[in-house]
Ligand binder design. Structure first.
Ligand SMILES: [Fe+2]
Ligand SMILES: [Fe+2]
Length: 290
């Protein structure tokens, strides 16, 4: 199969449309939580941001779909818009069900340039989902909430995995068919965004996060006390691999985040080894030269 061909378009669109799950957030089996679990859930600081992101995504993706004339691409992107709006409803259901404090949300404002907004959103989803997979894996493994809650959210993460697989294939298909062999400026900007997000993450895991708004302050520390960047990256890489391995081999998968994370992980692994080796060398030198 040639990337950018009609066959490629049919594969990534059909794969996306056929794997859609039917469910209504209001009818999911939300478990009753004991006081400690409820307090822990209410203390998670990202619900407001998550709700805003999903509300904006639902409106933006749906209005982008309305501009797409290719019937198959239109059908797939319109479905993604409905799924993003359903994510917003799911988070709102959770907020109401568990009495999470939430100020009134402002109305959604659509971006003026809708296709660039869809493109940037796609790259951001690739980044956010990669870390969300890891965070979810860590929280589930640590059993910070009853398994019933993870069972509800697991298919939502698979939905995000579907979105990013669709996105990277859509982006490549569009680039090839519009003969855009070079990287447009906005993509270079998005790569810059990736770099900034990664450096924020590394800072947040260090001691130099005076703002207190870094990653550990906004989620990971809620789940586990002894999380290191090395452990976090290794779980992200494994979880991403297991979610991505469900897809047809012919489809493109997001590669940048897993590659960067693997480089970062291997680098971190080298540091203690070097220290270890130098300490062994120091000891050896001491024995030999003393
Ligand atoms: Fe979403
Ligand atoms: Fe999504």
């Amino acid at each position: 199969m040639k990337l950018g061909s009609v066959e490629h378009k049919e594969l990534f669109c059909r794969n996306f449309l056929d794997s859609h799950l039917e469910y209504e957030p209001e009818n999911l089996p939300w478990p009753n939580l004991n006081e400690a679990d409820l307090a822990r859930l209410q203390a998670i600081p990202f619900w407001e941001k998550a709700l805003d992101i999903e509300r904006e995504a639902g409106a933006m993706v749906s209005s982008y779909a309305a501009t797409v004339t290719d019937p198959l691409l239109h059908e797939a992107i319109a479905l993604q818009g409905r799924e993003e709006s359903r994510h917003a409803r799911l988070i709102k259901t959770l907020i109401d069900r568990y009495s999470i404090n939430m100020p009134e949300r402002p109305p959604v404002v659509l971006p003026p340039k809708i296709e660039p907004a869809f493109t940037t959103f796609g790259f951001e989803e690739c980044l956010d989902s990669f870390f969300a997979f890891g965070l979810f894996g860590i929280a589930r493994d640590a059993k910070v909430f009853p398994e019933a809650l993870f069972t509800i959210f697991d298919p939502i993460l698979d939905e995000e995995a579907r979105h990013i697989v669709f996105f990277v294939n859509w982006f490549t298909y569009i680039q090839i068919n519009r003969r855009q062999g070079f990287l447009p400026l906005r993509i270079v900007r998005t790569l810059g965004y990736y770099g900034k997000a990664l450096s924020n993450l590394i800072t947040a895991f260090g001691d130099s996060d005076p703002s207190g708004t870094g990653f550990t302050a906004t989620g990971a520390s809620t789940f586990t006390d002894d999380l290191t960047l090395e452990k976090f990256l290794s779980v992200c890489i494994q979880e991403n691999y297991s979610r991505m391995s469900k897809y047809d081999e012919r489809l493109l998968k997001p590669e940048l985040m897993p590659k960067l994370a693997t480089i970062a992980y291997r680098t971190l692994q080298l540091i203690p080894k070097k220290r270890q080796q130098s300490s062994i060398k120091e000891k050896t030198d001491k024995i030999v030269f003393d």
